[in-house]
Design a binder for this molecule. Sequence first.
Ligand code: SAM
Length: 380
Amino acid sequence: MLTSARILSLIEEKRSSQQYRNYLTVRDAVLKMREVPLERIPETALPSAYWTEELSRFLYMFDASPLVIDQLRHHTYHITGIQVYGYRTGASSAPLFAEKLEALKRLDETGLFVPEAENLGGFGHLIDGQLVNIDTLKYYESMVAMGRGGALEAFGGEMRRTVMEIGSGWGGLAHVFKRLFPNTTYICVDLAELFLFSATYLMSVFPEAKVAFLDADGNGVEGAWSDYDFIFVPNTLAHEIKGESLDLCMNTVSFQEMTTAQVTEYVALADRLGAPLLYSLNRKRSVYSTELTDVHEIIGERYDTTEIPMLPVPYTKMMDSLRKKEKVKEKKEKGDKKEKVKFEVDKGGLSLEKSAISAAKAEKESMNYKHVVGRRKIVS
Ligand SMILES: C[S@@+](CC[C@H](N)C(=O)[O-])C[C@H]1O[C@@H](n2cnc3c(N)ncnc32)[C@H](O)[C@@H]1O
């Protein structure tokens, strides 16, 4: 147990740490980004109702203490919902994570696994000495899906590549991508406040990285974008990016929370910046969304899309959910047999009921998470 004197000295130590200084740099940049004059911001750049509510929950991140930054990952539940509590020592779910990791490794031909970093309060189940949590598995699954879908062929060589992630959250996918493909300029587009998490995280995990923040004066980025490792672009200025040429655009679990107009604008931006490939892991819309039609249809307007089959469970679930589902199905089938005998005479009623069930099934299926790789329709 720490003594009280040690706690006080720890706060002072952490105050002068590189990670806390990174946070202060990022906070200044974010405050500046938020100064974009309203008349310059397209209406589509205003956060959706869903994200307006979310932003209000972490205003405190503008006033984070050295110890909060030291455990930044414990605060990213605002973004992806996972809590450190579920991964405490002795948590019974660890073997399920190991099972899912194995299942993903069987689909991975090129070694794309990157564990959770230990920095800034990184947490997870310890599997073969590496930290693994739901986010880790999600980013791994996305990388494998991109590999299987041919979206990573341009990466890993001598040539510098540029990718753009829309809705980069706390920076988890950026961390994984940059570990695997260091010769990449990674552009994070997000609501400015989110860079308090992602930019602080990435600058601390990659202390040597060259980083820039695009601000309203256009002063943040000097020279060629390809000179940088990470460039942070607020959503309010994304539409002003010009001249950059992308190799890939990515979006995970984020388009589904935006409005139809926002997704349409971002897909158009990827197209305008010449991204030959667009990867998406999304539902057609979030169950909470009232402002979106269908992510996949919108991507399909400019990109020829292919769904990449992955595991029979979504990223949010472990493999045991399949076993549970099987049991429920068996039980239901037994029950159905009894019901069928009961209603055998009323054939008309039965077929009506059947079509209602299959419509409900189709609607449920259409809300599944899908890994989609889009190929740009207009080849320049
Ligand atoms: C559920 S989080 C997912 C984060 C990350 N992609 C991941 O999978 O871990 C959704 C992300 O979309 C971002 N987002 C919401 N509206 C946005 C907008 N209009 N433009 C850019 N990003 C937005 C949020 O700020 C957040 O970072």
